[in-house]
Design a protein around this ligand. Structure first.
Ligand code: BGC
Length: 317
């Protein structure tokens, strides 16, 4: 009897240890994809600052220290306050004053009904950017009508606003995602980049190679070239797969940074109901891309307000 119990305990122990090893995020992170090595990141970045932006600083900012920053930020920052001395201009724009930035990035966030999450996101992101020495501005595009959420159309609207403000690089970013590694530089690479390839929700594993949602970086010129995103995806899912097929059709290969640098925390929330029509819309993606996107974008701008931490564009789709 005693012998049998011992066997049982041993067996359970082995099962538990095997599960811990298999399910451990670090184990999963090793199952990886092709990525730009750390030492090649800077060579792959598009060095360009916004039209209308000039810096009086005498020296160029250094980004070597950024990409080699091994820190992992704590998500508890969402409950805190901003770092003192991080002088953000009205509309959520910032540029370092002690050095000349080489990159200007517009962060575009589609939004509706998540006030608490947005507050945490803004505090966290400004704190995160404080370590990156880039020039940036956060645009939040809020859908005020009651139709199903249209993420891609909101991103198109934000992209138009950011390009009008002269930004050469667009980061399209969900409000529920927080980058954990300051080494994940928010600047555009020569190729469009999938930034959030390692998310806690997916146990830090890339679910599929063509995934191009969550947080991505794309040059404004490239975004125009592919006619932006489709305006036809109402409800959850598919619009990012459609964006990927636009890249494919234009021979724009995506790139990524290594899994450890690309770690993100996703806020937990009720899972969205997946919309079925997305598969149908997606199957005609390539036929529609030249006539559905930036060149067919129609909406009503209800108001634009420059808040201390972000530019708030409210739209009726
Ligand atoms: C959806 C995408 C989504 C992905 C990961 C896919 O089935 O079409 O929109 O980003 O799942 O959740």
């Amino acid at each position: 009897m005693r012998q049998a119990n011992k066997k049982k305990i041993l067996y359970c122990g082995i099962v538990v240890i095997t599960l811990i090893i298999l399910l451990h995020p670090d184990m999963n992170a090793r199952r990886t994809y092709e990525y730009i090595e750390k030492e090649n990141i800077l060579n792959n970045l598009l060095e360009e600052i916004a039209e209308n932006f000039s810096s009086t600083a005498l020296i160029d900012c250094d980004y070597e220290d950024v990409i080699h920053d091994e820190t992992t930020l704590s998500i508890s920052l969402v409950d805190g306050d901003l770092i003192e001395g991080h002088k953000i201009r009205e509309g959520g724009e910032y540029a370092p004053s002690d050095c000349k930035p080489k990159y200007s990035t517009a962060i575009i966030v589609p939004y509706r009904d998540r006030a608490e999450q947005l507050r945490g996101f803004l505090v966290y992101m400004h704190t995160f950017f404080h370590r990156q020495h880039i020039h940036y501005r956060i645009f939040v595009i809020e859908q005020v009508d009651s139709r199903p959420f249209n993420r891609a159309k909101l991103l198109n609207i934000g992209a138009v606003a950011a390009m009008k403000a002269g930004y050469p690089c667009l980061v399209l970013h969900d409000v529920d995602l927080l980058p954990l590694k300051p080494a994940n530089l928010y600047a555009c690479t020569e190729r469009p980049r999938h930034m959030s390839s390692s998310i806690n929700k997916f146990r830090f594993v890339l679910p599929y190679l063509n995934l191009f949602g969550g947080a991505i970086a794309i040059g404004s010129r490239q975004y125009k070239e592919i006619n932006g995103m489709s305006n036809d995806y109402y409800g959850w899912g598919g619009e990012d797969d459609d964006l990927y097929s636009r890249l494919e059709a234009h021979n724009l290969k995506l790139c990524r940074f290594e899994p450890d640098t690309s770690r993100y925390h996703m806020f937990t929330h009720r899972p969205e109901r997946k919309t079925e029509p997305r598969h149908k819309v997606l199957s005609f993606s390539k036929d529609r891309m030249s006539s559905d996107g930036l060149n067919s974008l129609k909406y009503t701008e209800v108001a634009t307000v420059l808040h201390p931490l972000f530019t708030h564009i409210m739209v009726d789709l």
